[in-house]
Unconditional design. Structure first.
Length: 456
């Protein structure tokens, strides 16, 4: 009996000890992040509950987000992404200082609490973190890493944990909208814009599954004989509650929240399917610079063409000049690989704020599309602006002829602009004066009725 009792006692003690260890392990998992070793969301909530009580010292909350983290994961792999986050967590603690507390919320989002600071000190600390913390992670993964940081102050901006987090998150999204890689403090006037951004990001994530996206096609005409030589695929979003949302609003959202790749692939597949009914025409599809960074972009494009038995020479990919501003070698390599298979590349929106004519010689492009604002300068009352536009156009045309590159004038909204583009020697024209964007059946009908007079 004694042995049994002792054995039972020992067994029960062992079980209690094991349960206690399991509870501690579960609590560790609940309050800490395994990858970085940092406290997690529950720890942050507990800490904020204590720091926002009456008569406590002021503090700053920094909402830190890694820019384009999904692209890093997709191009370099999840192991590289994990390595970046782990290194960044350590650097945030080091740069923020001993008094600061760093938390990982989820994914690529971190929070830094800076006790006892006011506005100027908080913004200086945030800028220091934004500049210094990404350096080592960038070295570890071999690609430049940047941060967007939103800032809110207690008690100046909010007095409750949820409001402080929401306001700092709002400020961070304002940074994302304005181009990333910056620090911004919360302002009440930016809240509505941030709410709109977050709403679009949330709803856009379901747009493909709900079949809310559709394509229209705008013909591109030869300014020599008036025939349609290309069609440009343009994506439209009709939301059941929000109504029509323009691409100038939702495409930047898609790029910043990592949805541009699935949307871009859908546009490519759908438009190429329509191209099978339009033999002899070329299809122009807009591509984001972020898509080019995907490891499977080139094989994905070629697979779509192969599955539909399309000639690669029927496809043209359009990229904006600004998306190739830094000429990332991976993007150029992808374009050259596609060009080698026959796919054409067009430089879109040329002349929109940044133009380097010599870069035309360094990129594998076959077409330059002049930005509509550049084209409309020809009708400007300012003689100096009109002369500058004419000089730039002549420079583009001279280089284009030497490189056998086609020049397309976009934004031809009036017959006068069409005639001007023809007189200046542009090869192709696109705009409402020539044709509105059309549905696929309308394009097929228009093609059947060729040739047309592009100047009419």
């Amino acid at each position: 009996m004694v042995y049994y009792g002792t054995g039972f006692y020992l067994s029960r003690t062992s079980s209690l000890s094991r349960l206690q260890s399991e509870r501690e392990a579960l609590q560790q998992l609940a309050y800490h992040d395994l990858l970085t070793g940092l406290p997690g969301r529950l720890s942050l909530e507990r800490q904020l509950d204590g720091m926002t009580r009456p008569e406590v010292q002021p503090f700053a909350l920094l909402f830190v987000d890694v820019d384009s983290f999904k692209v890093i994961n997709d191009t370099l792999g999840h192991a590289a992404g994990d390595r970046l986050l782990k290194t960044l967590g350590g650097e945030l603690r080091r740069v923020a200082g001993e008094d600061a507390q760093v938390f990982r919320l989820s994914g690529d989002e971190f929070v830094v609490l800076l006790p006892g600071v006011r506005s100027a000190e908080a913004e200086a600390a945030a800028r220091r973190i934004q500049e210094e913390a990404p350096r080592l992670p960038s070295t570890r993964v071999g690609v430049e890493t940047t941060l967007s940081i939103g800032l809110s102050l207690c008690p100046d901006d909010a007095q409750t944990p949820s409001e402080l987090l929401r306001h700092a998150d709002s400020a961070m999204y304002a940074v994302k909208r304005s181009g990333r890689r910056h620090v911004r403090r919360y302002r009440p006037d930016q809240h509505a814009a941030t709410e709109r951004f977050q709403l679009l990001a949330r709803e856009l994530g379901h747009a493909l599954a709900r079949q809310e996206l559709r394509l229209v096609y705008q013909p591109i005409f030869s300014l020599t004989d008036g025939e349609i030589v290309k069609i440009e695929a343009l994506v439209r979003w009709q939301h059941p509650v929000l109504g029509p949302v323009g691409p100038d609003e939702f495409i930047p959202v898609a790029e910043r929240v990592g949805l541009i790749t699935p949307i871009g692939l859908w546009v490519l597949q759908e438009s190429c399917q329509q191209l099978t009914h339009l033999p002899g025409l070329m299809l122009s599809v807009n591509v984001s610079g972020l898509q080019l960074m995907q490891r499977d972009f080139v094989p994905g494009v070629l697979e779509v063409l192969d599955n539909l038995s399309l000639n690669p020479q029927q496809l043209e990919l359009e990229l904006t000049e600004t998306s190739l501003l830094h000429e990332d070698q991976r993007a150029v390599t992808a374009l050259r690989a596609l060009q080698a298979q026959g796919v054409r590349v067009a430089l879109d929106d040329f002349g929109a704020g940044y133009s380097n004519l010599t870069r035309l010689r360094n990129l594998p492009i076959s077409d330059v599309k002049l930005d509509r604002s550049f084209v409309t300068c020809f009708l400007d009352d300012d003689d100096q602006q009109r002369q500058q536009a004419e000089q730039l156009l002549r420079g583009v045309l001279d280089i284009a002829r030497s490189l056998n590159v086609t020049v397309t004038a976009e934004g031809l909204e009036t017959p006068a602009l069409v005639r001007l583009a023809m007189e200046m020697g542009c090869d192709l024209g696109q705009g409402y004066a020539l044709s509105l964007p059309l549905s696929a059946p309308e394009v097929q009908d228009l093609v059947r009725r060729q040739p047309l007079s592009a100047a009419d």
